[in-house]
Write a new protein. Structure first.
Length: 677
């Protein structure tokens, strides 16, 4: 039987799902009142009982739509009803035919059905309140991070204004030594504020991703399972009422059998499936936060390290974050094992559908919520540390020694001193390094390999670049849902697509869907050329791709691969996905970059030499020269070989692809922008 998950299917739908779940719980009071009144009416003849069931059939008709699809469905259900509502309709219809009074039945209904429904309502409301409180904490934390972003932006702007005021005084002739020292101090303060602001931007983005792709779907699945618990328990109580009626009168045994059959066929997934079908809507992820430059100072989004004070500030933050990340890993390992065990043993849809006892389900849900709240808090703490580490290392790791082995983390945690005051002291770092840095010129990726332990932690090593599109593959799965959201990958599963991208590239990047008219014209010219693919490989010597892990495609744009398949590269890594061709079947599609390895002996060629661009090679590019920092050997006829120290004339600046068109010794071609200053 297929699994259904509101968290996976309905994006950002907590309000609608909460109202639907709340309505289902409130509706239990109708069921309770029905049995209560029926217990009082059992002493009367069928005429009275018939009137009662007619009243509740009308109530059912009024509440059928919100019970089945919520109070604001995207698609109206028409005459269709959910499994629970259809079951209830059958019960009322058959009850109309019951007319014999029985005092014993009245007493049994009161104790075994009415009182139990009241207990069910109290337990359901208690669980609903707990889930809502958990979501409120998630919202508070999200908005707290957003507020921190606004505060960091204001601090940065104020520091820029202070620095500009001092510069104005010096420009007006006040060249006192004191004022110059104050100028240097304000510049350091401004740089630190900017760096803190950039970190806060990344934290806000990562928190947003975590909220919409992990925490909120988990909450929706909790509401889903509360409805499932309600359905299972209500089915049990309805069966009790049915069996009591059977014992009252054998003559209506066949009718009671029909009611019981209907109840037992009302599985919890029927309501979930109908609710999803009629509430599924188009949803777009909120846009990422972008770095906003000060109107009077720095205009780029790069980290600033002007002197040892700036570097020390960032090293201190790096050391604190590394310590925090390690601590969270140790705590989260135990918690995620506990969550996984609960999920697999009692809380998966397959276990629920197999007939788990409702009380056991409620007990497991209670334990799961308690553990999940603790785990989510630790996960959020680790997210802060991870964002700080990646922000600093990916942007400064190739330029500065970020060894933190000589930093006393315990002293940094003392509030009396403060990190800013420590800029006055010079840290003496030990020679052995705790981390190794490796950079790739192809992707601009910087990795931090912690030498302690020799690899990634149990809960969160740096994962390869799978985009958020595939946030579903997992060991733990969605809470109570279909089991396709990842908690075992912790924070990095939703952020790996951008974890290794330098901050200045990420913040200043342009959405591929919002090209300017000039860039669109350039792209059209490229499309009209003989070579449509700027990353096209040589047909006579295709780039081979090795399959590291098997992968099952999730949509038509992807490709299923297995270890041992012969693949050829079509297009290199883009946001964690690589386009390849299966040499055996001829199929072409996208696969996760981390699941394959491109052969180093035949690396992909650089982008083709840009074709003719109308009004694009403006004069503002002419005459500009850059100095080669590293040597580069051309990989194709459209590239330019350069040697460290060469002065290269810029023909056309980097358009965002990472390549610059230049001229050297009469030859024109493309060279990596990052290889020159």
């Amino acid at each position: 039987m297929s699994d259904y998950s509101i968290g996976n299917e309905l994006k950002d739908s907590y309000k609608e799902t909460y109202n639907w779940c709340s309505y289902n719980i409130k509706w239990l009071r109708d069921v309770q009142n029905f049995y209560k009144q029926r217990a009082n009416l059992e002493k009367e003849y069928s005429e009275k009982l018939n009137q009662l069931t007619n009243d509740f059939l009308k109530k059912k008709a009024e509440s059928s739509v919100p019970l089945s699809v919520g109070d604001s469905p995207v698609i109206t259900p028409g005459s269709a009803e959910s499994g629970t509502v259809m079951c209830w309709t059958e019960i009322l219809t058959e009850t109309q035919m019951i007319g014999k009074d029985h005092s014993q039945l009245s007493e049994e209904l009161q104790f075994q059905v009415v009182d139990q429904i009241d207990a069910l309502i109290k337990k359901s409301n208690s669980m609903l309140s707990g889930i809502n409180g958990f979501v409120s904490e998630l919202d508070s934390r999200k908005y707290e991070i957003y507020h921190g972003l606004d505060k960091a932006k204001k601090n940065y702007d104020y520091s820029c204004e202070d620095l500009e005021n001092i510069r104005s005084k010096i420009a007006n002739g006040n060249n006192s030594v004191r004022l110059k020292e104050k100028l240097q101090s304000k510049e350091n303060e401004m740089n630190n504020c900017k760096n803190d602001y950039l970190i806060q931007v990344n934290l806000a983005n990562r928190t947003k991703d975590k909220y919409y792709f992990q925490d909120l779907p988990e909450s929706l699945d909790l509401l889903q399972n509360l409805v499932q618990y309600k359905t299972l328990q209500l089915n049990n109580l309805n069966n009790i009422a049915t069996n009591l009626q059977r014992s009252m009168d054998l003559r209506i045994g066949k009718k009671l059998d029909l009611m019981e059959s209907t109840i037992n066929s009302t599985t919890p997934d029927l309501d979930i499936k109908m609710f999803i079908k009629h509430n599924k809507k188009q949803w777009s992820e909120p846009k990422d936060f972008q770095y906003i430059a000060s109107p009077i100072w720095h205009e780029d989004a790069s980290f600033v390290v002007k002197d040892d004070a700036n570097l020390t500030h960032l090293k201190n933050r790096l050391a604190l974050s590394q310590s925090k990340e390690h601590q969270m890993d140790e705590v989260m390992t135990t918690e995620i094992d506990s969550l996984s065990e609960l999920k697999q043993n009692t809380l998966s849809n397959s276990v629920i559908m197999s007939g788990i006892e409702p009380e056991n389900l409620l007990k497991s849900m209670t334990e799961y919520v308690r553990t999940l709240a603790s785990f989510t808090n630790h996960e959020s703490n680790k997210l802060e540390a991870t964002v700080c580490i990646e922000s600093i290392v990916n942007n400064l790791g190739s330029k500065y020694d970020l060894d933190t082995s000589g930093i006393d983390v315990s002293s940094l945690n003392k509030k009396s001193g403060g990190i800013l005051n420590k800029f006055k002291n010079t840290l003496k770092l030990e020679t052995p390094k705790r981390m190794l840095y490796s950079s790739s010129s192809d992707s601009g990726v910087s990795e931090v390999l912690h030498s302690s332990g020799g690899g990634e932690s149990a809960v969160g090593g740096l994962l390869s670049g799978l985009t958020r599109k595939n946030h579903h593959s997992s060991k733990l799965g969605g809470l109570f849902g279909s089991g396709i959201r990842s908690r075992s990958n912790t924070i990095r599963s939703t952020t790996s697509s951008r974890a290794n991208v330098p901050v200045n590239n990420r913040i200043s990047s342009i959405d591929s869907n919002t090209l300017s008219s000039e860039e669109s014209e350039y792209d059209n010219n490229l499309d009209d050329s003989d070579d449509d693919n700027e990353y096209a490989t040589n047909d006579t010597n295709p780039v081979k791709v090795k399959v590291l892990y098997s992968y099952e495609k999730t949509d038509d744009s992807e490709l299923t691969i297995n270890t041992g398949d012969s693949l050829s590269l079509i297009a290199p890594d883009t946001n964690g996905w690589t386009q390849v061709k299966n040499d055996s079947t001829g199929e072409i599609g996208l696969v996760p970059t981390s699941y394959v390895e491109v052969s180093k002996s035949s690396a992909t060629t650089a982008p083709q030499l840009p074709g003719k661009r109308k009004n694009n090679l403006n004069d503002d590019n002419g005459g500009t020269t850059v100095t080669a920092l590293y040597s580069y050997e051309a990989q194709g006829n459209d590239e330019l070989s350069i040697t460290a120290g060469d002065s290269v004339k810029v023909v056309h600046k980097d358009d965002g692809s990472g390549w610059t068109l230049g001229e050297l010794n009469g030859s024109t071609g493309l060279f990596p922008t990052s290889y020159c200053s």
